[in-house]
Design a protein around this ligand. Sequence first.
Ligand code: ZN
Length: 659
Amino acid sequence: MVRPKFFQSLMLFLASICMVTAQSGPAVQQPDLRGFDRAGSDRERSLEKQFDTYLRKENLRDWMKRLSARPHHLGSPYDKDNADFIAALFRSWGYDTNIERFDVLFPTPKTRLLEMTAPSQFKAKLDEPSLKEDATSGQKNEQLPTYNAYSIDGDVTGQLVYVNYGVPQDYEELERRGIDVRGKIVIARYGGSWRGIKPKVAAEHGAVGCLIYSDPRDDGYFSGDVYPKGAWRPEDGAQRGSVADMPLFPGDPLTPGIGATPNAQRLAIKDAPTLTKIPVLPISYGDALPMLKAMEGPVAPAAWRGALPITYHLGPGKATVHLKLEFNFNTVPAYDVIARLAGSERPDEWIIRGNHHDGWVNGAADPISGLVPMLEEARAVGELVKTGWRPKRTMIYAVWDGEEPGLIGSTEWAETHAEELQSKAVLYLNSDGNSRGFLNVGGSHTLERFVNELARDIVDPEKEISASDRLRARAILNGDSEARQRSDLRIAALGSGSDYTPFLQHLGIASLNVGFGGEGEGDGVYHSVYDSFDHFTRFVDPTFDYGIALAHTGGRAVLRFANAVYLPFEFSNFTDTVGRYVNEVTKLATDERDAIGEKNRRIREKTYDAVDDPLLKLSVPKPEAPAPFLNFAPLQNAIARLKESSDKYDAAMRDPATA
Ligand SMILES: [Zn+2]
């Protein structure tokens, strides 16, 4: 069709006139960008304006539709198809592109049986039905069933015990009530911790099996109407996910610390330390309800109760379940797409920008909503190259496979290239999904000022104020006393949970994770068949305006790093934050010591006995060993030295003559 194209060109032409007019108006002096001189800042800002003109929302929508059209988990045919498609895009945009393959352990289910054998019979469906309102939900023969990856095989029968979120303090509560999970099957609800912690802690307490269900209190009808009427988790929706012991190490369970290349030395599956110790299965609240309803024993504490129409009991009682799980422990290929644009002046300084491409099922929100803005960003960078511009430093776009089962593609790549990365990588910038709302940035505090500068230059599409102003306004509404005084907003430290981990926590490369969120309703379909194009375009970011905002953010970040005269790190905010962390741990030691002392005193003085309701038959907690005094002086001295160094660095940056 000619007409829409013509219309598009006309709009572009008008837009470019508007831009020229805007630029030729009275120049508002903007502060220099960190890492650039005056003239460099102006050049950089006009380059970024040019970059913005290339971005097209239609591409985000089209690519999301294409990439989420079929299930594309690690090892599936469409996962490979997507990797090839993405590699072809990068090649067409002028990137030197290759696909790096790793061979990794990825179990998929062979048998999934969950039944209640007493006091009545009930067999769990373990199925997410297809919906006529959701075009991809019926692709049954390509979907991975609901399961937790890296659970071991098992065939166990036991009484049920409800353990709330299944974190250590929940087991202390159970112990006070005289409930022991040894030989039992625990049922935990999702939330309160990373899911892999639940079976680990359950096994440590002697449980023989673990069920994890999605309570409607957390992401179902308590939050809003359920899908397809609303966005939230329906009765039969369940959350897939990895339960590997990732705090031990992420990546392929058989090749810790080294890349899973063809000749790599591999552990035997029986020796893989990150597999669970007991079988684990995620279930829907539809499947959980009859079992929870049949439970006896004490009523669960108020904070443990969810939103199901029952009285929550802790068990154990007559309610007994049989759980049988068997997996195909196959080795499958993981395909990372790696696309390079060589730097013109400093080719041995690398800026790495990544997002994963594998999903649990169709994965429109997770990860495609983060991937398509990154692709559009890379395409626009390719357009800049066509005009004769080259980055000073090397830019590498990485599209990871196998993030969902355990950060596999990124970890294996980082392990394979560890030495080169440690000498060359200057930044790793990650995204992993995108929604509507506020700019979320977490990462290295040496980049806090850089991020603040960036956030001031990003326009929030709903409010037409800067992303930074919107964040500050929220902080003020939340009563954050600093938000009015401190010129820079703080950025959160990164834990784990996405592909920045091998770069930040293993290799020590400064890293950031970026994305918008807080308003889109995506939580209720997380890791289910309903995380689809249809769901995303109704409830998460229907217009893709925030997808474009993410492309603005990621694009500016990598362009500034690629073009800067010196790398835009800053150390006084870093020192300030590290100083706060030192104060926090010092205070934590004192608080913990006081709390243990107080608890032991209450036990000694029979305070619990005086208060506890005798009908509840609570046992008195066991006394704890008093907390020792710790010596924080070396840490405090190190902070003083850090402060001295960062002051000198800042002075040198302000006035090179003093250096
Ligand atoms: Zn993801």
